[in-house]
Design a binder for this molecule. Sequence first.
Ligand SMILES: Nc1ncnc2c1ncn2[C@@H]1O[C@H](COP(=O)(O)OP(=O)(O)OP(=O)(O)O)[C@@H](O)[C@H]1O
Length: 259
Amino acid sequence: MADRVPPNPLRAAECPALEVRGLSLRYKDVQALEAVTATVPAGSMTAIIGPNGAGKSTLLKSVLGLVQAEGEVRAFGGPVAQAMARIAYVPQRAAVDWAFPVRVIDVVLMGCYRQTGLLGRIDAQVMAQAQSALARVGLQDFARRQIGALSGGQQQRVFLARALAQGADLFLLDEPFAGVDAATESAIIGVLKSLRASGATILAVHHDLTTVASYFDRVLLLNRRSIAEGPVAQTFTRAALEKAYGPALFPDPAIRSAS
Ligand SMILES: Nc1ncnc2c1ncn2[C@@H]1O[C@H](COP(=O)(O)OP(=O)(O)OP(=O)(O)O)[C@@H](O)[C@H]1O
């Protein structure tokens, strides 16, 4: 695993991992984001929640510069471009071409390219780092498999391993639990919580409202605009959820208790 510089608590207190100010993005006919403002404190674990089409994926892509939005994004107190080495991204499964002929270990090694350079030599240390990341997600025996020959949950874990191999400080994950079984979900949340315990910041698009309170410490409720953000206890409220999803929510008793 790449060494992560231990977070300086003073610096962490001063500089959020991510600050988004007045972010707006329009795709042709659709206003996907409108003046979105959010702060993600360093060392936090934040869920981005909101209905389908709320702009959650677009927000992550805007932060990474994969789509061009208006507004300001700062990471660790400076321009995002200067912090890219500290940011890992796990895209939505549906956004990846799984037919691309590449082995699992090669996907994970992509996480190390800042050390190796794009065409750089993979030395024993880099290989060990990639293998250790694979072991951390329980896929050490799958290194030589083609990525397309894995199940959906295994593929998701490979992309998490790529992010781990990068040794990032900020992890942006787009629906990391989509289409995975309960055991894999539990393995992934275990890895994310241990990352946070070691000082990393996690920001994940999440759909399952029943697990928000047990998985995350903060939420950002989004529906094109930022509806609410803050600690789960204060922000994950019925009123805020209804504002984001509409009043027809709450068929589920587990959610009804969020009041
Ligand atoms: N490349 C694109 N071109 C045009 N419109 C797009 C594009 N990508 C997303 N959109 C639209 O922008 C809006 C926000 O999409 P986005 O994928 O960010 O939402 P989301 O909250 O992640 O949705 P979901 O929960 O369904 O994954 C939607 O109305 C979507 O149809």
